[in-house]
Design a protein around this ligand. Structure first.
Ligand SMILES: *[C@@H]1O[C@H](CO)[C@@H](O)[C@H](O)[C@H]1NC(C)=O
Ligand SMILES: *[C@@H]1O[C@H](CO)[C@@H](O)[C@H](O)[C@H]1NC(C)=O
Length: 500
């Protein structure tokens, strides 16, 4: 199992060769993928799913203090508790369903792929002093409705890099050819109006540099309306599109973003500042041309395991991974060139208060002496629990636990709303390992208040006979932390050996 962690190597090798006049905030995993966007849709469910990294103070609405109150982050610089997010990519299957494209680093333990955020020190032709992002600062770049190319810096700043032999090839659109991976990337604007921490469209308090023969979206002179020059943020998310290399079925490419965008032009990025400001200033001043390994000189760092064990539970009862029949948020597929229109009349989804009960886990510890141990994975070809099974239109967690209890097995597992499986062992690679709720998000046929697994996801219960009896909802994330810390230590050890 340890070997699977080698997927993380590309991210680590980036760290070994940092560019000068730059520092990189490496985010080794995601908090979660969720229809959350505290900038555009504060306090409510957002229009589409985002892949979200950074401090666990993130929430549907948040401010600088909430960010700073984070107790962990999926990004490795301790002084940075900011949040960064972008739309999530899906593969659109021939039969119409949507399957998440793995982000580089995702593995059997869950969403262990993240993002790299480059802080580029680009002072422009006048060698401007660069300023840190102030408290409460936030911004959005890109346009979720755009579906055509353009020569505006704001549009040119969104790109997709096809990593393939003979490449890489960079374009504003998603590549039409098969790529080993696609690196989606966006350069954020770097010129601030000096007054507003945010603006109505979340963009106009910022600007890209002024267009000139020598300028570009990632470097140049700031306009007089936006004279305060800041670091230039550059987001990179690498999607392992190669996982679907054998599943292309038409003359067009099969990947879409969560906002329904088939073109790639509607990709965007969001930033909520959560920095310790003096440390960010020190990074700006220190990480200049010729200085390498700047992260080590200025910042303190979390281990990779610490970043990977930082998770938030999903708070909206809708699946965002697994095999989806449609994109969450009623987003239709759009291919331009006309602008897409904003989705109206999508049934409102609720933000749930996170508790065992809201995760659909009934407490059977006292009534039946069985405990919930988490959400595992299953495979129709080789069942996780391969003992007796039953199914039915009135399935509840209680029905299944009673059935397996009657058969004398140690475990009971529920899947796909109405299937019940019993067994006496669970293979380690099928055991609960992902975030708090995993992909067990389907309601039980016989009780809509309970969760009965999901597609290829199994809600697992275990008899307490001979052991402690409490539901594992919270303990599991702690165990996950330990597992990842262990793996990270082993991995870093090997890297040091390999490098020396
Ligand atoms: C996050 O937001 C939800 C919904 O607004 C709220 O119920 C919850 O208490 C918030 N969590 C924290 C830690 O503030
Ligand atoms: C649709 O296609 C996907 C990908 O090939 C497959 O995994 C899924 O099971 C299919 N769904 C149905 C309902 O046939």
């Amino acid at each position: 199992m340890l070997l699977k962690s080698h997927i993380l190597l590309p991210l680590i090798s980036t760290l070994l060769t940092p560019a000068s006049s730059t520092f990189v905030v490496q985010c080794f995993s995601r908090l979660f993928d969720e229809r959350a966007d505290p900038i555009v849709n504060p306090g409510v469910v957002a229009g589409h799913v985002h892949a979200i990294v950074g401090g666990n103070g993130f929430n549907f609405s948040m401010d600088y203090d909430k960010a700073r109150a984070s107790t962990c982050s999926t990004c490795y610089i301790k002084e940075d508790l900011s949040n960064y997010w972008t739309p999530k990519m899906y593969y659109h299957a021939k039969n119409g369903s949507f399957i998440p494209v793995p982000i580089n680093g995702d593995n059997q333990y869950g969403d262990m792929g993240g993002m790299a955020i480059y802080y580029l020190n680009r002072k422009g032709p006048d060698n401007d002093k660069l300023h840190p992002f102030p408290k409460g600062f936030r911004m959005l770049a890109g346009d979720t409705l755009r579906r055509a190319s353009s020569t505006d810096f704001a549009d040119m700043a969104v790109q997709h890099q096809c990593n393939v032999a003979g490449g890489p090839f960079v374009d504003q659109a998603l590549p039409k050819r098969k790529c080993d991976s696609i690196r989606t990337q966006i350069v954020m604007p770097s010129c601030w109006d000096g007054k507003n921490l945010d603006s109505a469209d979340h963009k106009s308090h910022m600007s890209y540099p002024t267009k000139s023969p020598n300028s570009n979206y990632d470097g140049g002179r700031c306009p007089s309306t936006h004279p305060v020059h800041m670091m230039t943020l550059f987001y990179e998310v690498t999607y392992n599109t190669n996982a679907f290399a054998n599943d292309w079925y038409s003359d067009t490419q099969p990947f879409v973003f969560s906002n329904g965008d088939e073109t790639g032009y509607g990709f965007h990025g969001d930033f909520v500042n959560g920095w310790d400001i003096p440390t960010l200033q020190k990074g700006i001043d220190t990480c200049v041309d010729g200085v390498t390994d700047c992260e080590d000189k200025v910042f303190t760092k979390r281990t990779q395991g610490e970043t990977q064990s930082c998770k938030l539970p999903n708070m909206i009862a809708e699946p965002v991974s697994g095999i989806l029949e449609k994109l969450p948020g009623c987003n239709p597929l759009t291919s331009g060139p006309a602008y897409a229109t904003k989705v109206e009349n999508c049934p409102a989804a609720k933000i749930a208060k996170v508790s065992d009960a809201s995760l659909g886990v009934p407490d059977l510890t006292k009534s039946k002496g069985w405990k919930y141990i988490g959400c595992g994975t299953d495979n129709a070809g080789s069942r996780t629990l391969n003992g007796p099974q039953t199914s039915g239109p009135k399935m509840t967690v209680e029905t299944c636990v009673d059935f397996c209890k009657g058969k004398g097995t140690k475990y009971a597992g529920l899947e796909y709303s109405g299937e019940c499986y019993c067994g006496n062992s669970i293979a380690a690679d099928r055991a609960p390992q992902t975030g708090v709720s995993g992909n067990c998000l389907m309601k039980c046929n016989g009780n809509a208040g309970e969760i009965c697994g999901g597609a290829a996801a199994i809600s697992l219960y275990q008899t307490c006979a001979g052991g402690a009896c409490s539901n594992a909802v919270k303990k599991r994330s702690q165990r996950l932390a330990a597992v990842h810390a262990h793996h990270a230590r082993r991995l870093v050890g090997r890297l040091i050996e390999a490098a020396s």
